[in-house]
Design a protein around this ligand. Structure first.
Ligand code: A2P
Length: 270
C-alpha cells in the first residue's frame, strides 16, 4: 500500500499514504520522521506552522535515500496572505527543511486561524499567484490548498491560471464532506485526509472496533483504509513506531455493505 501512488492532474505522483507531523513537537520530529522513513514511508507532511520543519528536514537529509525519492509537503501559514509575503514564507520553509524544492506546497487555510470564516479572497488570490510563480520556476512540483471550501476554491478557479492539485481537509468516518469531495473530484483535485483517525477520537468506538475485528485489523487500520476506499489520501500521525508501521499496512478491502455503514456514521464531534 505504501508503495501505491495517486497521480495529480499535472502527472506528478504522490505516495498513497503520507506521514502526518501535525502536533509533533520539533524535539520529537527527528525521531518520528526517521521511524517513518525506516519503515517505508516516502511521503512526509509538515508545515511552517507546525514548527518542526527543521527536524523533519534533518531526518530526511540523514536518511539514506536520494531527495527525489522522498515526497515533502509543506504549507504557507494561514495568516500570510499576499504575493511577496508568500514568496518570503516559502523561502523560510525551504531553508528550515534544508531543501531546494518542495514536492507539494499548500495554502494552509483560506483565513488566519483567529479569523476563521472571514473573507480573504483577494489575499488568497495573491498568494496563489505567488505559488503559481514558484511552480513555473520549478521550485515546487505541485501546488494546492488546505481547509478550502468550494467557494474558496472557486475563487481561485475564476481568477488564476492553475487549478489546485490538492485540497487537504479533515476527513474521517463520520466527516466525509460529500459535496466538497464531489467538487474536488469534478476538478481533478486530489483530496488529502488529515486527522484520518479523528485525532484518535474514533479508536475506542465500539462499532469501529467490532468492524475492525471482522477484518482482523486494528481500528486505526480500518479508519485509514476507509479514506483510501473513498479515494482520499490519508495522513495518519503517530510518534510510536509500532503504530507508524501498523498505519501503513492497510492492504485489505472494506465490503460495500460496511462502507455504507461507515458512510452513515455521525460525526464524532457531535
Ligand atoms: P501517538 O502519536 O501517541 O501514537 P490523527 O492521525 O487522526 O491526527 O490521529 C493521531 C492520534 O492517533 C494521535 O493521538 C496518535 O497517538 C494516535 N494514533 C495514531 N496511530 C495509532 C494507532 N495505530 N493506534 C492507536 N493510536 C494511534
Amino acid at each position: 500500500m505504501i508503495k501505491d501512488t495517486f497521480t495529480f492532474h499535472n502527472g506528478v505522483t504522490i505516495p498513497a499514504i503520507g506521514f502526518g507531523t501535525w502536533q509533533i513537537p520539533n524535539e520529537e520530529a527527528y525521531d518520528s520522521t526517521m521511524m517513518a522513513l525506516k519503515n517505508g514511508y516516502t511521503h512526509i507532511d509538515t508545515a511552517l506552522a507546525y514548527r518542526n520543519e527543521e527536524n523533519v528536514g534533518k531526518a530526511v537529509k540523514d536518511f539514506d535515500l536520494p531527495r527525489e525519492e522522498i515526497f515533502i509537503t509543506s504549507k504557507l501559514p494561514a495568516q500570510i496572505k499576499g504575493y511577496q509575503e508568500s514568496l518570503d514564507a516559502f523561502n523560510e520553509t525551504i531553508t528550515n527543511l534544508g531543501v531546494d524544492y518542495l514536492d507539494l506546497y499548500l495554502i494552509h487555510a483560506p483565513w488566519p486561524w483567529d479569523k476563521k470564516g472571514e473573507d480573504h479572497t483577494e489575499g488568497n488570490i495573491q498568494s496563489w499567484k505567488a505559488m503559481e510563480k514558484l511552480y513555473n520556476d520549478g521550485k515546487i512540483r505541485t501546488i494546492g490548498v488546505s481547509n478550502f471550501e468550494i467557494s474558496d476554491i472557486q475563487a481561485l478557479l475564476d481568477n488564476c491560471d492553475i487549478v489546485p492539485m490538492a485540497n487537504q481537509i479533515p476527513f474521517y468516518v463520520g466527516r466525509d464532506q460529500e459535496d466538497l469531495l464531489a467538487f474536488c473530484k469534478e476538478h481533478n483535485i486530489l483530496v488529502e485526509a488529515y486527522s484520518p483517525l479523528a485525532t484518535g477520537q474514533l479508536l475506542d468506538n465500539e462499532d469501529i472496533k467490532a468492524m475492525a475485528d471482522k477484518y482482523d485489523v486494528t481500528p486505526a487500520q480500518l479508519l485509514i483504509r476507509y479514506c483510501l476506499e473513498r479515494g482520499t489520501l490519508p495522513l495518519p500521525k503517530s510518534t510510536h513506531e509500532e503504530r507508524i508501521i501498523q498505519n501503513s499496512q492497510v492492504d485489505f478491502s472494506i465490503s460495500e455493505e460496511d462502507m455504507a455503514t461507515l458512510n452513515s456514521f455521525d460525526d464524532v464531534r457531535g
